[in-house]
Ligand binder design. Structure first.
Ligand code: GLN
Length: 249
């Protein structure tokens, strides 16, 4: 099967090699006999609901975010229509912030967002930098960990009743105090975790892949397991680092 990914603003939002997440998805898809086609969606490019199985947006500095923010905000309806059509979505850091209602950056500029995730973000001091370990329960009764790296000034507040991606075990997460990290809305996930995220969290890479396939198939398929020895070792290194170096005020 061909899995079509819409990669938003790859030229602007690619901090910490967030693009590497696409390489992981392509490789894991190919190992299951699927082909991942990544189509860049730049400023002003059309975004047709139904075209993409997965939408992906990476992180960036405040400056790059400010350049794309009006374009993101203008896409609110198209993005919502794509999600309503069943597309999956993964948003990292700056991209995560811009899919909320707004991000007030360090210069005090209120960057408009797409209003997809029920949250808003305001920059503060100090920056929240360090390795992170989360506990997630994306499928009821199945608790798994995500390891990554965060570096953000933005403090993200989820609306009452919004679902987080996970619970912070080590690190800061959304705002350094709520104990929550990221946001999950059906097949859409936003997170502060870079690393990039997917190479060291193979279960989550497969979860995203299965959600993208669900856009085609109706339900998320079970994917054949891969050996993942290196990936599991990478996860352990990152998780251990979060235990000892996870951000704390
Ligand atoms: N510019 C945003 C912040 O500092 C996001 C940073 C990032 O994507 N790493 O909060």
């Amino acid at each position: 099967m061909r899995i079509v990914v819409g990669h938003l603003y790859p030229d602007y939002l690619n901090i910490y090699a967030d693009r590497g997440n696409m390489a992981v998805l392509a490789w894991r898809a190919a190992r299951r006999g699927h082909e991942l086609e990544v189509r860049p969606v730049g400023l002003g490019d059309p975004l047709t609901p139904g075209e993409h199985d997965l939408l992906y947006i990476g992180g960036g500095q405040d400056r790059e975010q400010a350049l794309v923010a009006p374009d993101v905000a203008a896409r609110g309806e198209a993005l919502q229509a794509a999600l309503d059509d069943g597309a999956a979505l993964l948003a990292v850091c700056g991209g995560y912030q811009l899919l909320g209602r707004f991000y007030r950056d360090r210069a005090g500029l209120q960057q408009p967002g797409a209003g997809i995730f029920p949250l808003e973000t305001v920059a503060g001091e100090p920056r929240m930098i360090g390795d992170v370990l989360l506990e997630c329960e994306l499928d009821p009764g199945v608790v798994r960990t995500l390891a990554g790296f965060e570096n953000h000034a933005g403090r993200t507040l989820l609306d009452q009743g919004a679902e987080a991606l996970g619970r912070v075990v080590y690190g800061f997460g959304n705002d350094g105090r709520s104990g929550f990290e990221g946001c999950r809305l059906g097949r859409a996930v936003g997170t502060y975790l870079h690393g990039p995220l997917l190479p060291r969290n193979p279960w989550f890479a497969d979860w995203v892949l299965a959600q993208a396939l669900a856009h085609r198939l109706g339900d998320a398929p079970a994917l054949d397991p891969l050996p993942d020895d290196l990936e599991r070792r990478a996860h352990k290194v990152a998780a251990d680092r979060a235990r000892t170096r996870g951000g704390k005020y």
